[in-house]
Design a protein around this ligand. Structure first.
Ligand SMILES: *[C@@H]1O[C@H](CO)[C@@H](O)[C@H](O)[C@H]1NC(C)=O
Ligand SMILES: *[C@@H]1O[C@H](CO)[C@@H](O)[C@H](O)[C@H]1NC(C)=O
Ligand SMILES: *[C@@H]1O[C@H](CO)[C@@H](O)[C@H](O)[C@H]1NC(C)=O
Ligand SMILES: *[C@@H]1O[C@H](CO)[C@@H](O)[C@H](O)[C@H]1NC(C)=O
Ligand SMILES: *[C@@H]1O[C@H](CO)[C@@H](O)[C@H](O)[C@H]1NC(C)=O
Ligand SMILES: *[C@@H]1O[C@H](CO)[C@@H](O)[C@H](O)[C@H]1NC(C)=O
Ligand SMILES: CC(=O)N[C@H]1CO[C@H](CO)[C@@H](O)[C@@H]1O
Length: 592
């Protein structure tokens, strides 16, 4: 009897032991792989690990925010701010003009456990990790083989599956009801890579109602890109470290040049449609310049609907707002309706919309509102949007494209003031100036305004002719802080590149432009909003050698962010078109 009891106790203990060991292993796997840093992950307060599959999460509709365990995902309803409060923002230079009080996440707090110990690994991404002790700093990696291109962040491809049967993409932002958003509830760049990869593998555009020669061409193109020949080392036009895979990009770009045909709809009344001239300057200029170049283009544009791979919906989200939004009305319904009517017109008149349900149609829109305005009638389209916030549901990686926000000061000469000082003449460590839009900038100012001579962190600078003061800081600072405003994007990202200042992006969940193609971490620094108190240490922890490497790359990547009066190869016009093309190619259904 006694021995039997003993036996039972023993087995119970054994079972317990096994269970505990198992749990620990699972915990480590679960925490380690997604974040690449066991210590920080395990001790970061309040990090929530959603375990729902991404596929289901992305379906969560804005109208009915899904809740589980009191955590609301993608609670877009409360992100959208009262339109009422909008100051029309007509003045060029007044950026993101849309007070978004609704989206005020609780101020990113500095975690008690975040004695930030940024890793100074010279060739890997500089993404500061939060750590409890000093042991987590990674060993120095050197040599050409450790270049970011060949040394990508831990991703689902090169890490073991977390748990059998689970989707590799686990960490979609779980945006809690906005006010209770917690530290860690953000989508890091490596999460974005995972989501993109997942979406590429699983989400396809609608199977065409009737097949056409363009479908086959796209499939062929996809195959050729996937099997791209390795880039010739002597190819000087593209600097490999800047790209996620330079060979694929090169091939895809060539194929675009060789086969892509775009049909531009003639329908739509001016000035909302077909009138780019109105939007060639200011912070929304990218939609105007794109429209101008697309409409004038001889190489890509076709008049033959049958041979088009893409269909352009040529409207300006900026003009739409200017012309139709009734100040003080608090309603954007008429703007949304205007776009819906347009699609109905197109769908009724041309078979091309119905053939693919609009999934080969695209738009290019830089106004913050465009993301929301187009999410119903144009959701199937490939949308190039400045407001590329992956933390909200309406930006779909793999389909939608992050549009660079370019502040064009002189439409006659978009390259005016291009460039900046060499690294040795950049005396300021970090620079920021801007209005106190949104909830991140006040925190930045609170910690760094007039606190430290190395940190030139200002509110809006006093007016100066041609904005000389601001531009001079951009040209003479090592790092240019791009803190989000009301929404994730900021013209500073491109301005920094324009003036050869290394961008420091403080905008959680922001999908940077040309994300599909560029290896952003190779030339920019990403600092989480919660790490603002540590900003200076994070920057100082970047070795001078690493800084020189990044600054050099910023100069190399610059060509992709420049508008020219006549487009040139690899410039921003072609890069935007390329991203749209790339998503079109990779969403084509292989079983058609
Ligand atoms: C999504 O959730 C439903 C039930 O909520 C489930 O039946 C379905 O299999 C899930 N889909 C995926 C892709 O996980
Ligand atoms: C959700 O929160 C409410 C109030 O905060 C609480 O009463 C309820 O029990 C919670 N539900 C769950 C599932 O935790
Ligand atoms: C938005 O926030 C600003 C500054 O915090 C405040 O002045 C304004 O009244 C707020 N507007 C709304 C609609 O809450
Ligand atoms: C980390 O390093 C700093 C300076 O090197 C030292 O003062 C501190 O005690 C270390 N902390 C731990 C937990 O080892
Ligand atoms: C880039 O893509 C090509 C084609 O798929 C592949 O052969 C090559 O190994 C990739 N290069 C890197 C560095 O991932
Ligand atoms: C496309 O489909 C819509 C809705 O089903 C229909 O009203 C329209 O006539 C169709 N367009 C064409 C050109 O057949
Ligand atoms: C989910 C959630 O927090 N919803 C809130 C959105 O805002 C409205 C009005 O401010 C609240 O009534 C909802 O509860």
């Amino acid at each position: 009897m006694g021995s039997e009891v003993q036996y039972i106790l023993e087995s119970k203990r054994l079972v317990w032991l096994v269970a505990v060991v198992f749990a620990v292993i699972i915990m480590f796997q679960y925490f380690e792989f997604p974040y690449g840093d066991v210590a920080s992950s395990m001790f970061t307060v309040g990090r929530v690990h959603p375990s729902l599959s991404h596929a289901n999460q992305t379906k969560a509709s804005a109208e009915s925010p899904k809740s589980s365990d009191n955590i609301t995902m993608f609670d877009v309803s409360n992100h959208t701010k009262p339109v009422d409060t909008l100051s029309k923002g007509n003045n060029i230079g007044v950026e993101n003009h849309i007070p978004s009080n609704g989206s005020t996440a609780s101020p990113p707090l500095s975690s008690p456990a975040s004695l930030t110990a940024p890793t100074t690994v010279d060739n890997t991404a500089v993404s500061p990790t939060t750590a409890l002790d000093n042991d987590t700093s990674k060993p120095e990696v050197n040599g050409p083989s450790s270049d970011p291109v060949f040394n990508k962040p831990v991703t689902s491809e090169n890490r073991p599956a977390v748990l059998a049967g689970e989707s590799p993409v686990k960490k979609v932002p779980r945006v809690k009801t906005v006010h209770e958003r917690q530290i860690g509830d953000i989508v890091t760049l490596s999460d974005m890579h995972d989501i993109l990869r997942h979406n590429r593998a699983s989400v396809r555009s609608m199977k065409p109602l009737r097949s056409s020669m363009v479908d086959q061409q796209l499939l062929d193109a996809k195959l050729q890109i996937e099997n791209a020949p390795i880039l010739n080392r002597n190819d000087r036009a593209l600097y490999p470290p800047l790209y996620r895979n330079v060979s694929k990009f090169k091939r895809s770009y060539e194929l675009m040049e060789n086969i892509l045909k775009v049909y531009v709809y003639k329908e739509g009344e001016k000035p909302i449609f077909h009138q780019p001239q109105a939007v060639l300057s200011g912070i929304y200029a990218s939609e105007g310049w794109f429209m101008k170049h697309m409409k004038e283009n001889k190489h890509f544009v076709t008049k033959n609907l049958q041979e088009a791979h893409l269909f352009y919906l040529p409207f300006s989200s900026r003009t739409l707002e200017e012309k139709l939004y009734v100040t003080g009305s608090g309603s954007r319904d008429n703007l949304v309706q205007h776009l819906k009517d347009y699609i109905q017109l197109i769908a009724g008149r041309y078979d091309s919309w119905n053939r693919t349900g609009g999934s080969d149609h695209f738009l290019v829109a830089c106004h913050d509102w465009a993301t929301d305005e187009t999410r119903k009638s144009m959701n199937s389209c490939i949308r190039a949007l400045c407001n590329s916030d992956v933390g909200k549901e309406h930006f779909e990686l793999g389909k939608d494209v992050s549009l660079a926000e370019t502040y064009v000061r002189s439409p006659q000469n978009p390259l005016r003031e291009l460039g900046g000082k060499p690294p040795s003449q950049r005396s300021t460590l970090a620079f920021f100036a801007g209005q106190m839009h949104g909830d991140v900038r006040p925190i930045l100012l609170q910690h760094w305004e007039n606190k430290d001579p190395d940190m030139k962190i200002f509110r809006k600078l006093p007016k100066s002719k041609g904005n000389k003061n601001y531009i001079n800081y951009m040209k003479t600072s090592k790092y240019c802080i791009c803190a989000k405003g009301y929404e994730v994007n900021s013209p500073r990202v491109v301005e920094a590149i324009f003036h050869e200042c290394v961008p420091v992006i403080i905008s959680d969940n922001f999908v940077p432009p040309f994300f599909e193609i560029l290896n952003w971490e190779s030339f920019a620094v990403f600092v989480q909003e919660k790490d603002i108190p540590n900003l200076k240490n994070i920057l100082l922890a970047i070795s001078n050698r690493r800084y020189m490497v990044m600054q050099h790359r910023v100069k190399k990547v610059q060509q992709h962010f420049l508008w020219h009066n006549k487009p040139v190869k690899y410039d921003i016009f072609h890069m935007i078109l390329h991203s749209i093309w790339y998503n079109r190619v990779f969403r084509v259904d292989p079983i058609s």
